[in-house]
Design a protein around this ligand. Structure first.
Ligand code: PMP
Length: 430
């Protein structure tokens, strides 16, 4: 059924969308259906999706095998509580996740959203040190421009100044921040890129429970890319100074940066890994926090050893079933080759944006392309303009960025890059 003008008006007046103001609503488009890389909007327009519904719909929409996985599971059960009960989809998914991640990662907590997976990761780190009688290790160290979710704990480790939660910086628990690395390639590495981080970690290791980072690509905080050597150095410092390492791969996981997980590019392994988004191919809300056996053992060794977290929809069977099929599909596809092709095309086609007066920088990593403008765009104008150009691209501040479904064809990808160039060109002040 088509969304009517009246319904759109109701939406504008009553429904919050992500990061919006009900008093000054930005345009929302009704969407009627989604197929492959296309979204069909209520205004009749069919647009190419550049966002993969925020990193998640890696195989595109309405995929027959993913649909089938849900249909099959719904005949068995759509949901049961996970307290005291278990089921095949959750066991199978946990087995797949343990196989897919580094050998050291061995214990799985199935959460219901990325932010919750981060909350659980932070809580695990606190409980780890509590269990060892070192409660003073209760701070988190991270880098600026980071983003880890919208819940209170996750917000407290997002960039407190430039981040979207800066309004709450004073009221949130206070953690430690150092500048994000500016070194993009290992060839340009030198000690100065880790100096502030090292200084902070070495001087305050007694208070620090864990370092938390988005590896290689900082997403929502600015689509910034940094080199693997920074991660290697961080891992080594964490080991030397008894600090846990939490990696947030909620955006970067499942192949997006060219390797299954971005940490593989630094040949390191975190103590705690948070994943989400693409885990179900964009079908249902699910995320996971995966830890080493050591983390689980230490947490389990003190008091009754329980990890006190248990969301109602933990390990939802429908979500686990579709995640299982999604991972199988990914592994059976030539995804590495596909990401390399997307990356090469993004580098080639976005290069021309560099020459534009309105553009500050162009960044590409794997199947992620970002054009940073010199000034923020006006969403009221730019969002409809992208739709007019036949693409679904949602800008953020100064960023025009895409992370398309992996199944995108070269000509469809070209439509996205051309639209970005066109919009960047239109931002040039007369
Ligand atoms: N961490 C990162 C790196 C993310 O990109 C996001 C989502 N944008 C989150 C955490 C939070 O995930 P969710 O929106 O599923 O709560």
């Amino acid at each position: 059924m088509t969304i009517s003008q009246q319904q759109l008006q109701f939406d504008r007046n009553h429904i919050w969308h992500p990061y919006t103001n009900l008093n000054k609503p930005t345009p929302v488009f009704g969407v009627e259906s989604a197929q492959g890389v296309y979204l069909t909007l209520s205004n009749g327009k069919k647009v190419i999706d550049g966002m993969a519904s925020w990193w998640s719909a890696i195989h595109g929409y309405n995929h027959p095998e993913l649909n089938q996985a849900i249909h099959e599971q719904i005949q068995q059960m759509s949901h049961v509580m996970f307290g005291g009960l278990t089921h095949q989809p959750a066991i199978e998914l946990s087995r797949q996740l343990i196989d897919l991640t580094a050998p050291e990662l061995d214990c799985v907590f199935l959460a219901d959203s990325g932010s919750v997976a981060v909350e659980v990761g932070l809580k695990m780190a606190l409980q780890y040190w509590y269990s060892l009688g070192r409660q003073q290790k209760s701070k988190f160290l991270t880098i600026r421009n980071g983003y880890h979710g919208d819940t209170l704990g996750a917000m407290s480790v997002c960039d407190p100044e430039t981040g979207m939660h800066s309004m709450f910086s004073e009221t949130l628990p206070q953690h430690l921040f150092v500048p994000s690395p500016s070194c993009v390639s290992d060839e340009d590495w030198n000690e100065s890129h880790i100096a502030e981080f090292r200084q902070m970690l070495e001087s305050r290791a007694d208070e620090i429970a864990a370092v938390i980072l988005e590896p290689i690509v900082q997403g929502t905080g600015g689509m910034r890319i940094y080199c693997p050597e920074f991660l290697r150095q961080v891992k080594s410092l964490c080991e030397q100074h008894d600090v846990l390492l939490i990696l947030d791969e909620i955006a970067t996981g499942f192949g997006r940066t060219g390797t299954m997980f971005a940490y593989e590019q630094a040949q390191i392994c975190p103590d705690i890994l948070c994943i989400g988004k693409a885990i179900t191919g964009g079908y249902l809300s699910l995320a996971a926090t995966i830890t080493t056996r050591n983390v689980a053992d230490v947490i389990g060794s003190y008091g009754d050893g329980n990890l006190m977290h248990g969301p109602t929809f933990m390990a939802n069977p429908l979500a686990c079933a579709v995640a299982n099929r999604n991972i199988e599909l990914l592994l059976a596809s030539p995804w590495q080759q596909k990401i390399k092709q997307i990356e090469a095309q993004l580098i080639a086609e976005l290069a021309s944006c560099r020459q534009l007066e309105s553009v500050a920088d162009v960044r590409v990593k794997g199947a992620i392309g970002a054009v940073e403008l010199k000034s923020p765009v006006d969403m009221h104008k730019v969002q409809p303009r992208f739709v007019e150009l036949g693409v679904w691209i949602r800008p953020f501040g100064k960023l025009l960025y895409i992370m398309p479904p992996y199944i995108i064809e070269p000509d469809q990808l070209s439509c996205l890059t051309k639209a970005i160039e066109q919009v960047a060109r239109e931002q040039i002040k007369p």
